[in-house]
Ligand binder design. Structure first.
Ligand SMILES: *Cc1c(COP(=O)(O)O)cnc(C)c1O
Length: 227
């Protein structure tokens, strides 16, 4: 059995166990296999094993892989998106996890309208205040969400976050709790949100316990990335 297949099956088992432990239905949780820097042949192994959503961080890299692999799977964008790449992003991806500003939302909307489609988007929230990280400040979430709701070719589906890296995954929990609470607060204020994109290789169980509906897992499926 291939290593990637093995890894994938182990991740699926971990998802199921975490969901059951939290009293959740494992089917509520979508696995995004984050394939940045991974070449197409190895991505295909993951698809053969059962991966159905791929996550990419760079538009050009994704373009090449989508040309090689095709669209039998769903492609999500999880990296930082620059407005000048919005045109390509709406052609390539089914979902953007990393919407983090009103100008980017407006540009995605304009490009999606031209392509005659609606783009699914999550707002990325930077909860750690680290200036090296992308994402909107928590205080901006409502403004961005209200603007997105008024854009005809964007569909707001949820919130995403990426905490600082901790060796001890339990230290991620407060960030995941905050994202869940922010979602609940926004829903109370009339902003319809379904999804929470949170949790990576080292802490996705914690994220599932706190309500994740998309986990973004790279290393645990494809192995360590080359630097
Ligand atoms: C690379 C990446 C991941 C996956 O990280 P792993 O630790 O390899 O699982 C998840 N989300 C984003 C936004 C990433 O850039």
């Amino acid at each position: 059995m291939s290593e990637i297949r093995d890894n994938f099956l182990r991740v699926m088992e971990r998802i199921e166990k975490a969901a059951q432990g939290a009293g959740r239905n494992p089917e509520e949780i979508n696995l995004v296999a984050v394939s940045k820097t991974v070449e197409s042949a190895r991505i295909k192994e993951a698809i053969e094993a059962g991966v159905s959503i791929l996550g990419e961080n760079y538009v050009q890299e994704a373009q090449k892989k989508i040309d090689e692999i095709g669209r039998t799977v769903s492609w999500h964008f999880v990296g930082h998106l620059q407005s000048n790449k919005a045109k390509y992003a709406v052609r390539l991806f089914d979902m953007i996890h990393s919407l983090d500003s009103i100008p980017l939302a407006e540009e995605l909307n304009r490009r999606a309208e031209k392509e005659g489609r609606t783009m699914n988007a999550m707002i990325e929230i930077n909860l750690s205040g680290e200036t090296t990280k992308f994402g909107a400040e928590e205080e901006r979430a409502f403004d961005i969400a209200r603007r997105v709701l008024n854009l005809s070719h964007l569909s707001l589906v949820g919130l995403m976050t990426m905490p600082p890296y901790f060796d001890d995954p339990r230290l991620s929990r407060p960030y995941y709790i905050r994202l869940r609470e922010l979602k609940e607060k926004m829903i109370k204020e009339g902003i319809p949100l379904r999804e929470l994109s949170m949790g990576m290789s080292n802490d996705f169980e914690i994220a599932i316990e706190e309500g994740a509906t998309f986990v973004r897992v790279g290393t645990a499926i494809f192995g360590e990335r080359k630097k």
